[in-house]
Structures are given as structure tokens and as C-alpha cells.
Design a protein around this ligand. Sequence first.
Ligand SMILES: [Zn+2]
Length: 426
Amino acid sequence: MPKIPDDIVRRVQDAAKIEDVVSDCNVTLRKAGVNLTGLCPFHDDRHDGNFIVRPSTVPEKRGGNTYRCFVCDAKGGPVTFLMEHERLSFPDAIRWLGKKYCIEVDNVPVNYTPPPPRPAPPPLPVLEIPRSYVVRTMQIDQERTVIFTSWLRLLPWDDEQRARLQKTLWMYCVGGWRDGRVVFWQIDHTGVPRAAKLMKYLPDGHRDKNVHPGWIYNQDGCRQRLMPDEHEIIKPLFGSHLLNRYPKAVINIVESEKTAIIMANYYGDFDSQIWLACGGLKHLQLDSLQPLIDQGRTIWLWPDKDGRDEWQEVCDKLGYDKCRVYTHFFDTCWRKEDGDKADVADIAIRMMRTGDKPRKEEPKHKPVKVGDIITHIVDDGQPFLDPEEMADPRVRMWRETLRQRYNFNKSRKAGSDTTANGATVK
Ligand SMILES: [Zn+2]
């Protein structure tokens, strides 16, 4: 069989749009920021949000025209998708796409019959935990979570921070389990409890690594009543129930629940900033961020020191312009003694001890002085803004105007110099 010429392969690849191809293969996609998400067709997925399609409208260098599943790690472009999903050979995938995009490939018929559509898994009701469960765990707070809460109380808070600690704990609905584990409720932004994580802490404030974290619906007694297997379980970010209560607050997201509570109490001022936790480095997922994006909230991600790159990647994939990885606190406050695995709360606690205060962040984009720009343009000829902005014709025009004005000023200045030197000017 003759090989398909390279230039035709290239033309087909350039024409192929991942969002079309995935939709053609019976995967329903919905918009999530600039991305699209749906159920992953490569594993038994019941959870919209793990399978991300970065559409062809996104530039290639920013991962455009690709798909990726964060659970089974399936990934690639339109051709890979067809090869994996429809079990086509590479040439047949090219022929399939050629047919779709009206590009003549060769005369070999596509060896491909569409498979019967996969039956969609029956939808399960989403687990909803009665609020009485929350109340009950909070009533045994005093005696049960005594190790964790007394560690928190003994931190070197200032008077204001100490005064609001109990309120902070109540706000986050921190409860206790009968065996002394702390209960961190995950209540969604509409106020419905969806899950709760149970964790044991040691007197030094660290987690007891010998006791695995558990989920409330798996505990004896709860399992029978909540029936987690018959439900879809969603896990909103810890602290999501505060979203609607503080509609203007910037959303800070950290890894651990403990860190969120400490930072919330450290800064107070819930009207301007609230603290949410995703539960760990790997748990920052698109579907749990979606309610925040839907509300148009500003999101600052505060990964632990060793998690920056990973969260930056998530942030890039998210493609939501009001989300960024916040590093100023680390950059200005972290010290060697905090260690390479430090999270923001570790640093905040050290600063409470030493009396250091975090520095306010300078505005990132200081207004640029026209003079600076002119010097920049003329002296080293570098674009004064990033290349993408330079592509904007308005910026190019502005730059040209500035250059002309600069030349005009220079010749005027040269003229006045002559005057200073005593030459006669009319
Ligand atoms: Zn998958």
C-alpha cells in the first residue's frame, strides 16, 4: 500500500480540530473556561471534570488541540484520539480526518465502521449528607478534638487572632469523631454537606501518619445509612460553604484543611479573603474549581513550596484569567529554616513566633512611564511589552507614534543645546 505523502498528512493534521473529533466520537463536552470537559471515554468515568479538551482555538504552544485525562492519563491530539478511541491505524486515522475535512488523501477506503454508541452509565444521585450530621460532630468538638484544637490554641497568636479562633473553627464547621479524629466537612457553596474527611492529629500539630484519613460515609453506622455505593460522591473544596457568604472575597486555595484554618485565622478579614483547601497537591481539580469560575471569583493558588510547578500546570490548563499561582508570600517570607516542604501556615507560625509580618505585595504592573518606554524602544530596540501584546496592531501603532514623538523631542532638545552653547537661534 503506498504511503500517504507527508505534506498531505501535515495538511490533515493542521485541519483537524480536537473538539470536533472528540464530539464526533460520542463524547459530550461542555465549556469550562477556555477548555471543554466531559466524561473520559478511556476509563469508566462518572465524574465530569477529569477529562479536559483544550480546543484548537488555544495556541499550540499553550497546549491547544489536545485532550488529557487526569485519571487514566490518556492524552494526545486528534490523530491519537482516533487511533486510541476508534482503534484505527495511523494512515486510517489520517483518511478518516481527510474525509471529515474534505482533504483528498488517497483512494484507499477507510477501514472503519463506527462502533455502536456506548451505553451511558446510569446516573446516580449525588450524595447529600443531612445537616444534623454536621451539628452532631460539632457538638462533640470540645472533648473529642482536644488534641488538635488545643494545639491550635497554643500557637503564638496575637490577641486579635486568639480572640477569633473559636469563630474561625465554627465557621469551618470543624468537628470531632468518636475516636478522636478531626472532622473536616466539605459543604458545597449552596450549603449542602457532601463529604467529610476524618484525620487524626498528634500533639505537635502534625498528622498521625499511622492512622489513614477516612471519609464519613465509610464509617460504621454511616455507611449503612448514607449508602455511598449507590450515590455519586462529590467533594467540594473545604470551605466552599463560605463562598456565598463572602461574595467579594478573593479565594485563596491551599493544600491542607489545617493550613486553610490557620491562614484564615491569621489574616481574619473574611470579607476580603477566604481560604479553601483542596486536600492535597494532587487534588486540585477542575470540577471542584468550577463553582468558583462560574461565580467569576478571583482565585489565588498557594501551593506548598514543593508543589509550585504542578499547580502552575493546573492553572495553565484551567485557562481562567482570574486564577494565578500566588508566590509573593513564599518569595518574601520563606527562610531556609522553614524547609523545602514548608506550606504557608508553617511560615506564618514561624513569623508569629518571631514577630515578623508579611510584606504587602507591590502591584505587579506598575504604570509604565512614557519616557521609560521611549528609552527602551530607541536604546535597545527590544519590544517593551511581551510579544503577544506586540502582535496587537494598536500597540504597534502606539509604539510608532512614541518613536516619532521621541525623535521630534530629540531634535528640539538638540536645538536648545545649541542655544546654551551660545549659538544664535532665531
Ligand atoms: Zn480517563
